[in-house]
Design a protein around this ligand. Structure first.
Ligand code: ADP
Ligand code: MG
Length: 280
């Protein structure tokens, strides 16, 4: 723990990472599409699960990309997060083990979830449906719940932020990276003030970093100047392997463990696991 507190992360001989004292619920949010929310959710979750952590990914995007990447059926009449949120079925009825990945589980999203933004509006406790479902779910054995949010700030993302302890924001190292971030941060503050006082912005991860461009390093510098230690030291590079893996129903951790993307997400997950000790 001394190493973790000093901000150093042990690199070798650590095939099992420290388990958090209680399940950490992390919402991966950014209302922009295509910034790496799903890629980050899936690969961080896979990396954690490969180091002795029991991890559930909740797919909260009607497109179901996280479900696809985790080889979890999300077409036809499978039970999904929509039914948990709108029809009050138990979380346990929809959670599936991810094939070939011991310790990793997925709560899939079908396209039905697209209707939830509107249908939730008229329901009781509409902002807290996911929180309630997770509270009723037996999470004692889980170390992490990673919620992959849709690209909007609607009721689905609000449900994620109300259910979570932590927010993780992926920021793409591109033009306009910071545009719209203020609105997301204001939403986090509003939810903290009114619905979930213990929510904290714990992690910012820089994604799709292209080391050949000055722009990428300028964006990274700007984000670090603004958010300090909240930003992971590890930066996720552009890696075509990351974009190929989902079509094989795999995380990059198994699809190509030696690729730069896999190694970066492994380092990022290690930082997250060891940071738990320093979170308030
Ligand atoms: P979001 O969930 O925020 O919409 P995704 O994770 O789906 O974003 O990423 C958007 C697209 O970019 C996807 O096609 C994904 O495969 C690709 N992608 C994500 N991260 C990287 C990366 N580091 N390098 C290359 N492609 C990436
Ligand atoms: Mg996504």
């Amino acid at each position: 723990m001394a190493a973790a507190q000093a901000g150093e992360v042990p690199r070798d001989g650590d095939s099992t990472w420290p388990r958090p004292s209680k399940c950490r619920v992390i919402a991966v949010a950014n209302q922009k599409g295509g910034v790496g929310k799903t890629t980050t959710s899936v690969n961080i979750a896979a990396a954690l699960s490969m180091h002795g952590q029991r991890v559930l990914v909740v797919d909260l995007d009607p497109q179901g990309n996280a479900s696809t990447a985790l080889a979890t059926e999300h077409r036809g009449d499978v039970k999904d997060v929509y039914q948990v949120l709108v029809d009050d079925i138990p979380m346990a009825d929809i959670v599936k083990p991810v094939p070939d990945m011991p310790n990793l589980y997925c709560a899939p999203a079908t396209i039905d979830l697209a209707g939830a933004e509107i249908e939730l509006v008229s329901l009781v406790a509409r902002e807290a449906r996911l929180r309630r479902a997770l509270a009723a779910y037996d999470v004692v054995d889980l170390d992490y719940i990673v919620i992959d949010c849709p690209p909007s700030l609607g009721l689905l993302t609000v449900n994620a932020l109300v259910a979570a302890d932590e927010v993780m924001i992926p920021i793409q190292c591109e033009y306009y990276a910071l545009e719209g971030l203020g609105m997301l941060l204001r939403n986090v503050d509003l939810i903290k003030a009114h619905l979930n006082p213990t929510l904290q912005l714990s992690t910012i991860v820089l994604t799709m970093y292209d080391g050949r461009t000055r722009l990428a390093s300028q964006v990274a510098d700007e984000v670090r100047a603004h958010f300090g230690d909240t930003v992971l030291n590890t930066v996720i590079p552009r890696s075509v392997r990351l974009s190929e893996a989902p079509s094989y129903g795999q995380s990059v951790m198994t699809y190509d463990p030696g690729s730069s993307g896999a190694m970066a997400y492994m380092d990022a997950a290690r930082e997250i696991a060891h940071r738990a000790a320093t979170l308030a």
